[in-house]
Design a protein around this ligand. Sequence first.
Ligand code: TPP
Ligand code: MG
Length: 645
Amino acid sequence: MTISSDLILKESILIRETEKTLLDLFSKGKLNGTIHTCIGQEYIGALLPQVINSNDVVFSNHRSHGHYIGKTDDVEGLLLEVMGSELGAVGGIGGTQHLYNKKGFFSNGILTGMSAVAAGYAFATKKEKKIITYFLGDGALGEGILYEALNLISKFNLPMVIILEDNKYSQTTSSRETFFGNVKKRVEGFGIKFSETNIWELNKLINTTTKAFEFVKKKKKPIFIHIKCYRLMAHSKGDDTRDKREIQKYYAKDPINIFKKKNHQKYNKFLKIAQKRIANCLDSNKKIHNNPKKNKVQKIKELVWKPVVNFSNERINTCIYNSLKKNMRLNKDILLFGEDIEFPYGGAFKVTQDLSHLFKGRVFNMPDSEAAIIGFGNGVSLASKIPICEIMFGDFMGLAFDQWLNHASKFHKMYNKKINNLIIVRTPMGGKRGYGPTHSQNLEKHFLGMPNTNVIAINFRYNPEILYNTIIKNISQPTLIIEDKLDYSKKNSFFKSKKHNYNYLVNNLKIPDIKLHVSKKNPDISIVCWGGTLSNVEILVEELLDNEEILCEVTVIQQLYPLNIEAIIESVKRSKRIVVIDESSGSNSLGSEIISQLNQRGLLFKSKIICSKEDIIPSSKILEKDHYPNNKTMYNEVKNFFLTT
Ligand SMILES: Cc1ncc(C[n+]2csc(CCOP(=O)(O)OP(=O)(O)O)c2C)c(N)n1
Ligand SMILES: [Mg+2]
């Protein structure tokens, strides 16, 4: 098939006129925020409708207007989106950098963040024979996740066309200052085919790009195209310090400008078609509507408590394994990804055991690339599957933070609720094993407060098999599950209180709290804890009652975020005292949040947080022991708190 350059120019003119309109609206103060126009680079987006099929999917970056129009032909949706209208592509929420279209388009404003997401999407849809195009700019070649993604793209032989738009600049910084080495060698180093072209030789651009897509279609392998180009306008609005003579040089070389001179009539014809379409859109949307939506007021659920039953008497890692096995049988869309999770190793804490054997082609050992593991999972989730990603140690979540914060937590709302991305990340946290500063931390506080995510901490008393079943069955948003390292080898068994009839109840929340209490008695102190601290808290409360006649009621929360404070309120209303026991450092923590929420609800109470030292976690057994509150210090602190309040 030969693609005429006229066709590309016609589409490029439509893109350029759209961009010029946006710049004009900007200069009149009619746009909010920022825009990154692709004036000078339109040819690449303009080629898309010629080389991709309707079910192919495009992932792009901050400079995506041309790609968006090329893939979707939704000029109107783009204009209205950037203008902030509820009729825009994503209801005015995403704006210029965060576009979605059900025809198969996703963009995000984090440089190369979408590389791993696109890879995951390509992986999850491999059987559907889609080609996934992924765009990046030259300035992004220094971003690490790109190379993690290229490695995965090669590992899984993904049907992807990766397009580098090399306009020589990252904002105003020349790539001479930021790029070293050789792009071709980098790409080929991953075993990915490389090709090169530019926008000034339009026929060569058409040829190389067409061949690249044919290559992917035929060989079912990825390809990388390095396209040299130049941005004629500022990076965004007016931020341009580039040499004016250089800009003029590229202005003269620009294919649309040459076309305009050489074939004025045809140029005018194409221009009029584009302008008419844009004018129609602006005319019929003179007034921009976007009514602020009210947040739903959550009804407070009346808590009903029942005894905890269904103890499995199995180790905690086996409980989780059992749930994964059961749910993978029930739901073929569940896929597992993680480091060293396949049989025979079966994960650092032996959670996935033989699942790779039982579910062939659904459990994958991944490279040690935490950002890309979650990024890949994000892409799998956009393709409507349910990825469950294991991060070997919670400490490594730091590497994947961006994929959680700027991708997983954002997609649903920034794409105006048009997609659901259901991803589960499981990870062990906690110390007391001598693993030292980077393998022992309780980092949950850093993941709390991210809208549209859930953070859950399992404990060894409420059967994790049941909890996992509930989570998987009801998942409605990205969910991070924290497991405690020391708990893995404990058994989920009934709690036998020594003398005092302490027993466990569970409430009727979807992700329930459990409560350790002595029935029909008002507590002296309400204790709140979660996850791995529970085993020490059990000892603590029995001793306090035995020796000091201090009666505690322990609320063990399982959903750390969003927090449902009602069970804690119920308890604190009766005790007027709260002690939060937290193994992380206590400042800026969940404990502080709980106390703040209680205050905001107007309760009168005294409070205390018992936590580890505000320091890094040492490896030495003696020093590590000293880092955490031990049974004796906890005992004394709670006792003194009681006596002085
Ligand atoms: C992770 C990240 N870092 C920095 C930025 C801010 N930023 C937005 S665009 C840009 C320049 C990117 O240059 P390039 O990738 O070459 O794309 P171009 O703008 O030239 O199309 C920068 C630094 C960002 N959006 N994301
Ligand atoms: Mg650039």
